[in-house]
Design a protein around this ligand. Structure first.
Ligand code: PLP
Length: 494
């Protein structure tokens, strides 16, 4: 390129419409190929920390580069350095899928680039958010008293829930803060010891102090023990503390266990404590009539979070937050500078949280619900539960494996238990070696947790591309890994 040649276009110009079309078609083709043949890639990249960075220039280019070169680099360097969450053999954490209508929704929302801070700045985004969340609320069987708002993640939804809970105490914390106040009792937040770390983080972020978080014992099925909750609340109140909120989890992160939310709601109602339900993963399964019973009582919560980006085929990120006391949430956060004042009688999303600017997230969720329909979404969730049950049945049949927790949805917690003379620690080490062995093949990606102090393997099904063949392959890989790693271990002497 001749450096002194005058620019043909205005210096502020974007890519031409013609090029946008050309590269747009090319990229859509690239994505279609990527998704169609993702099975041929290893789930986990064989890459060491820093390896990608070392391949890329240390500084941004001085002059623009042709799109062809950028796309070629994505193909050659970036994609191979990814852990492929859309891979059908991704069984780690909670498996998720970015469905095609969701991908289109993301593309359009970037093109519109609206900032949905106010109704005025993005009427369609604000109203579509209400429509999409009403549809989802109805599908999962919550009453219309629950109003919804979209945040990025469940962690942020729970932070807002606990901020609203604190505001509901009417302690003038919004105005006066919490520091140096003799009139303020220490606040307490309760959740089971299986609750997600985001609850404790929210307690820290809100300045309640980490000690305000009270983890409550769980039973043998990893469900919050309600009598232990009652005792903890009584002890705290006797000691002069003030219960601020209880977080019940429906679908815990390790085992997808379900806290007895109806009984927890009784405790909260007796004592007027805010009840927040964390159903980040499992909440969407309430759209299955055969699972609805597991959620009985959650409709009595003050607030509920569920994440379409976890198990409703929505590209990251989109967390649905429902609250029956939106005015309290608004009281906690609304602060309107002059330049953002408008006179419409509307709901302005910026009044319900920390952030001002907001992406148009509702579009992808609305497109997904329309494209698959209720029945289509239900069928996919059901299939994932069926695959998980089948896998669990295999574990139960095999003498050398055992289930470690009940299978409620699409996650199976299990471990190897061969008939060898092994201490608890040796058994842990064996299971860890099996996990690493399977993951190193690139043919599947599983993760682990610790239950009752013991190393536990986890298989999570949530990808739309996962079929019986992928689960069958995992069974083979696990059997091989067990055989390899157990062969030199001493047998139990007869
Ligand atoms: C995954 C998960 C979260 C955190 O979700 P983010 O959206 O990543 O913040 C919170 N709670 C539960 C029960 C989860 O499974």
């Amino acid at each position: 390129m001749d450096e002194n040649a005058p620019l043909k276009e205005r210096v502020s110009a974007d890519m031409s419409a013609e090029d946008f079309r050309r590269f747009g078609y090319q990229l859509i083709d690239w994505i279609a190929d990527y998704l169609e043949k993702i099975d041929e890639r290893p789930v986990l990249p064989s890459i060491r920390p820093g390896e990608l960075r070392a391949q890329l220039p240390q500084m941004a280019p001085e002059r623009g580069e042709p799109m062809e070169r950028i796309i070629a680099d994505i193909d050659r360097s970036i994609a191979p350095a990814l852990t492929h969450w859309n891979h059908p053999a991704f069984f780690a954490y909670f498996a998720t899928s970015a469905s095609a209508p969701g991908i289109f929704g993301e593309l359009l929302s970037a093109a519109f680039n609206v900032n949905a801070m106010l109704w005025r700045t993005a009427p369609a985004a604000v109203e579509l958010e209400e429509v999409a969340l009403d549809w989802l609320r109805e599908m999962i069987g919550l009453p219309p008293e629950f109003e919804g708002i979209i945040y990025d993640t469940a962690s942020i939804s729970t932070l807002h829930a606990l901020a609203a809970a604190r505001e509901s105490l009417n302690l003038r914390i919004r105005e006066e803060g919490m520091a140096g106040r003799a009139d303020l009792p220490p606040l307490r937040v309760y959740a089971s010891e299986q609750a997600h770390s985001s609850v404790e983080k929210a307690v820290i972020a809100l300045g309640l102090g980490q000690r305000a978080f009270r983890p409550i014992r769980t039973d043998e099925q990893f469900r919050l023990d309600v009598s232990a909750l009652r005792r903890a609340i009584e002890d705290d109140v006797a000691a002069g503390a003030l219960p601020c909120a209880v977080v019940a989890t429906l679908g815990t992160t390790s085992t997808t266990s379900l806290d007895p939310v109806a009984e927890i709601a009784d405790v909260c109602h007796e004592r007027s404590i805010w009840l927040h339900v964390d159903a980040a993963y499992a909440g969407v399964a309430a759209m299955l009539p055969e699972k609805r019973e597991l959620f009985r009582g959650w409709e009595r919560a003050d607030s509920i979070v569920t994440n379409p980006h976890k198990w409703l085929f929505t590209p990251l990120d989109l967390s649905a937050f429902y609250c029956r006391r939106m005015e309290t949430l608004r009281r906690a956060f609304s602060l309107v500078p002059e330049y953002l004042r408008t006179d419409e009688r509307v709901r302005n999303p910026m009044d319900y949280g920390i952030q001002l600017g907001r992406r148009f997230r509702a579009l992808k969720l609305w497109m997904i619900m329309r494209y698959f329909g209720r029945a289509g979404l239900q069928a996919r969730l059901r299939e994932h539960c069926r695959l998980a049950r089948d896998f669990a049945a295999w574990i139960e049949r095999e003498a050398e494996w055992e289930l470690v927790a009940p299978v409620q949805f699409s996650v199976v917690c299990f471990r190897a238990r061969p008939d060898r003379a092994l201490s608890g620690e040796e058994l842990d080490a064996l299971n860890e070696r099996i996990l690493n062995h399977v993951n190193s093949t690139g043919q599947a990606f599983l993760s682990h947790t610790r239950l009752n102090g013991r190393f536990t393997l986890r298989l999570a099904i949530g990808n739309m591309r996962t079929g019986e063949e992928h689960v069958a392959r995992v069974r083979e890989l696990l059997s091989q890994a067990l055989k390899e790693n157990v062969k030199d271990l001493p047998r139990i002497s007869p």
